[in-house]
Design a binder for this molecule. Structure first.
Ligand SMILES: Cc1cc2nc3c(=O)[nH]c(=O)nc-3n(C[C@H](O)[C@H](O)[C@H](O)COP(=O)(O)OP(=O)(O)OC[C@H]3O[C@@H](n4cnc5c(N)ncnc54)[C@H](O)[C@@H]3O)c2cc1C
Length: 376
């Protein structure tokens, strides 16, 4: 058995890297081991849309300007059948391939003092005073940032997420009509599914199709609907698919030495499929909770600390997105939402905040929706 680590993080994606940064900015003396089955840079199926809050949170973790060399994308276009809205967002997003984003984040975690090791973790065994990983590593606290099929989640006894989406992404040369924008075409044949084209600003666009609920959705079916909704987008390359564990009204994190963050914690926005913001936010909170518990000499309190921090930050927002996702599954409500956003920039901005940030279902959004439904 090697020397015990203070903190072992399983998964070096955005949640894992943010966890290392959160822990090391809170307590730089901690011995932090960051494990991933992949070597970096590595690809990950994603729309590559990075919300502005993500770069704010990274700056607060000591990594400012990480994506400043990528073009800001200001305009968002939403459509559902013939109904359409195209408006500038209050703050731009960046569309950055995960080979770039995740490599930079992993390198930032290492620069902050984490040790990176390539390893596929197979077993995680919580004990009274710490955690044994793969029979040869020990940590006072272990953070599971190991994505949608998390082994740490299973070891913590948290049931697998039931509500999942599936999505397929590829890359195409950006068609001029979609240049400088994020385009989302909701599927009028399948509720809670959409095709997207997100311009990266470097001549390529990330394209894909995602559907909430996974039954009977083959790769061929996803590609066909992508081509029907956004003709030409299905000409892409580098196709890669993945499941998305969607957040719901409730969120659980047990007491003890095992903490969960990002997809491993079942945190993907059920309206939009956005998960990077939650991954970085909950990764940083998990790192800070672990650091506080370890430096207090009570690593067993890490789980409770993390649970209360995540609930304080995201609890109400998660309940609002769960409600909004149910509402937007009704095609008439989705159409009304697009109409309301088309009429009022404020409604548009607040819907964007609900889908990409920590927004709520505000009075303005609810009134706008109700009005659009009545007019309809
Ligand atoms: C097609 C698609 C499109 C999406 N589009 C967007 C978007 O545009 N914007 C957005 O914000 N979100 C999007 N998401 C969601 C986003 O990709 C995830 O929420 C995000 O990757 C979560 O980060 P994470 O660090 O929790 O997990 P991951 O990024 O999945 O990282 C987990 C890491 O753990 C490692 N790992 C797994 N198991 C083990 C193990 N046993 N041992 C060691 N290492 C392990 C993996 O190699 C990986 O590096 C999309 C998802 C999909 C599938």
């Amino acid at each position: 058995m090697d020397d015990p680590w203070d903190l072992v993080i399983v998964g070096a994606g955005p949640a894992g890297a943010a966890a290392a940064l959160g822990a090391l900015t809170a307590a730089p003396e901690l011995r932090v081991l960051l494990l991933d089955r992949a070597a970096f840079p590595r690809d990950k199926a994603c729309g590559d849309g990075v919300a502005p809050d993500v770069t704010d949170m990274l700056a607060a973790l000591g990594v400012p300007g990480l994506l400043d060399d990528w073009a800001p994308v200001q305009r968002l276009e939403l459509s559902h059948g013939s109904r359409r809205v195209s408006r500038p967002m209050r703050r731009p997003v960046r569309v950055v391939p995960r080979t770039v984003l995740d490599h930079r984040l992993q390198a930032a975690a290492v620069a902050a003092g984490a040790r990176f090791e390539r390893r596929r973790v197979r077993t995680v065994q919580p004990l009274r005073r710490g955690v044994i990983v793969d029979d040869d590593l020990t940590g006072l606290v272990v953070i599971g940032a190991d994505g949608a099929y998390s082994a740490v989640r299973q070891a913590a006894g948290v049931p697998a997420v039931r509500r999942r989406a599936i999505a397929l992404r590829g890359y195409v040369a950006t068609p001029p009509r979609w240049s400088g924008r994020q385009v989302i075409a909701f599927d009028h044949e399948h509720p809670q599914a959409y095709a997207w084209c997100f311009d990266r600003g470097d001549g390529l666009a990330n394209v894909g199709y995602g559907a909430f609920g996974t039954a009977g959705l083959t790769r061929a079916a996803l590609l066909r609907r992508l081509g029907e909704l956004l003709p030409g987008a299905d000409d892409g390359t580098d196709w890669r698919g993945h499941h998305l564990p969607l957040s719901s009204w409730r969120w659980s994190q047990p007491d003890g030495h095992l903490l969960l963050a990002g997809d491993a914690a079942g945190l993907i926005n059920p309206m939009t499929g956005e998960g990077l913001h939650y991954a970085v936010a909950t990764g940083a909170l998990a790192g800070r909770a672990a650091a506080a518990a370890i430096t207090a000499g009570r690593p067993d309190t890490a789980g409770a600390r993390h649970r209360s921090a995540v609930r304080a930050l995201l609890g109400r927002h998660l309940r609002h997105t769960a409600t909004a996702a149910r509402l937007s599954a009704v095609p008439a409500v989705l159409t009304a939402g697009i109409a309301a956003a088309n009429r009022d920039q404020g409604v548009f901005d607040e819907l964007v905040e609900l889908g990409l940030g920590q927004g709520r279902l505000t009075r303005r959004v609810v009134t706008g929706l109700a009005r659009a439904l009545v007019v309809r």
